[in-house]
Design a protein around this ligand. Structure first.
Ligand code: BGP
Length: 477
């Protein structure tokens, strides 16, 4: 059998993409609460607070806040072993800098975890998934400000203490590495709450914000292990492996460099210090990144137990400026070129199951730490047939091909994988576009881009398919 007996099959969402109830239960405004809807071609807007007449899709989400029991029942029917979600920071500390937490928010997650426990579903919790309090952006400039370390540690301390007997698997910052895509303001804003000034050196500010997050993450790992030594605490990175477009050494070097930039994040989380390459970049650019002696110590002391990752696609890069760029914002600075061997989704994301095996191997051979695949999925338009069926065979094909490659990584290559949670197991609001149309779920939610729809839940074809994958522990895919 390829997968260990207790392999954690399940699904993943984030609070801000499903919960709704944006101002209920004493919740404060988060950064995604001030982002309007966009589309594949029109970017989401970051507004200055909540403006009259603008549409904010996160405000209602899919109303998981009120309907979580019904949804968890469906996850249990699929046989989920685990369910990944995040704790909305603003439900616990509405502004982020208060002393006392909001009891109603804490109670909500108590009830949610109890409901999961009822079915023997293990919660997997992200502490910060693009939903920091907006007040921390307005008042402090987001993670560019060192004060955020204390605010985040306080928030984490409160929730880790409260749920210490209910939650074992934790991750600190979702896709912490995506803020390197500074050409796209949405990634910087949602990862770090940083809005760049035109005059400043963005890269320098980015590294300082990243450093604050890395210190905060390490502090929380150490704190969590003190709260409960059984906790398994991981980092979370977006897997964005890069291929050279040709065997021209310049292309190889370009892809290598792009990989190294991403690997810095896991290097620090796992090894407890910055790679020399990063220090050289700072020196070469005359960046003055404030790093104290205590910071260095905590980075060493707070190394992670596992690597959480999302995997969707690979990028292909070339040093040749004459080759046309695809404009994909998920490659360093929109620099990706077309890979003639790969198909792309309707949203322009490459479909590359072998890249998944490649990435798992790359990470495991570098760090020899267990990997938890906490996101993988296929964003597509779904059609409800007249008889109510939803034939999402394309989603089944995507997931099946990826699970097959993950299985090879485990069985043939010896990679240690703790579990696999598909992204958006119930249709969420798309993060990059704010759309409802880009769907990921095994469960369809009747909601349209403009917010209309009954919110009724319906099983797609993939529902029973995944149920069987779990039931056979990945033997039948
Ligand atoms: C990741 C995020 C998720 C999620 C996913 C799919 O970057 O961690 O929050 O949304 O990507 O992206 P999208 O919803 O834009 O298709």
């Amino acid at each position: 059998m390829a997968f260990q007996k207790n392999f954690l099959w399940g699904g993943a969402v984030a609070a801000h993409q499903v919960e709704g109830g944006w101002n209920q239960g004493g919740k404060g405004i988060s950064i995604t609460d001030v982002m309007t809807a966009g589309t594949h071609t029109i970017p989401r807007k970051i507004t200055d607070g909540v403006l009259e007449g603008e549409y904010y899709p996160n405000h209602e989400g899919i109303n998981f806040y009120a309907r979580y029991k019904e949804d968890i029942k469906l996850f249990a029917e699929m046989g989920f072993k685990c369910f990944r979600t995040s704790i909305a920071w603003t439900r616990i500390f509405p502004k982020g800098d208060e002393n006392e937490p909001n009891e109603e928010g804490l109670q909500f997650y108590d009830d949610l975890f109890d409901e999961l426990q009822k079915y023997g579903i293990e919660p997997v919790v992200t502490l910060s998934h693009f939903e920091m309090p907006y007040h921390l952006v307005k008042e402090y400039g987001g993670w560019r400000n060192r004060k955020l370390i204390d605010f985040f540690v306080r928030f984490s301390e409160v929730v880790m203490n409260r749920y210490k007997d209910k939650v074992k698997y934790w991750m600190t910052f979702n896709e912490i590495n995506n803020q390197t895509i500074i050409s796209n303001p949405i990634y910087a804003f949602t990862n770090s709450g940083v809005i760049y000034d035109e005059e400043e050196d963005k890269l320098e500010v980015m590294y300082q914000a990243v450093h604050h997050e890395l210190v905060a993450s390490a502090k929380v790992v150490k704190l969590g292990h003190n709260i409960n030594p059984d906790f398994k605490i991981g980092c979370m990175v977006a897997a964005l492996p890069n291929y050279p477009y040709t065997c021209n050494p310049n292309d190889v070097m370009k892809a290598f460099e792009a990989d190294q930039e991403q690997l810095m994040f896991t290097d620090v989380h796992v090894r407890g210090h910055y790679p020399q390459r990063t220090l050289n970049i700072w020196k070469k650019n005359n960046f003055s990144i404030e790093i104290t002696k205590e910071d260095k110590e905590i980075l060493q002391e707070g190394t992670v137990d596992f690597i959480g990752c999302s995997y969707y696609l690979t990028n292909t890069l070339t040093a040749d400026e004459d080759v046309e760029r695809t404009g994909s914002d998920l490659a360093g600075g929109g620099d990706a070129v077309n890979n003639p061997y790969l198909k792309v989704s309707d949203w322009g994301w490459t479909i590359d199951p072998i890249g998944f095996r490649y990435y798992l191997n790359m990470m495991y051979s570098r760090y020899e730490l267990p990997i938890f695949v906490v996101e993988n999925g296929f964003g597509a338009t779904d059609r409800v047939e007249e008889d109510g069926n939803i034939e999402d065979q394309n989603r089944i094909d995507y997931l099946a091909s990826h699970i097959i490659e993950m299985k090879k990584a485990v069985e043939e290559d010896g990679v240690e994988v703790l579990g696999y949670t598909t992204w958006g197991c119930i249709d969420p609001i798309s993060f990059t576009t704010g759309e409802m149309k880009k769907r990921y779920g095994f469960i369809y939610v009747d909601r349209e881009n403009d917010g209309s729809g009954s919110l009724k839940r319906m099983k797609k074809k993939s529902f029973n398919w995944y149920k069987n994958v779990i039931a056979t522990n990945g033997e039948e895919i």
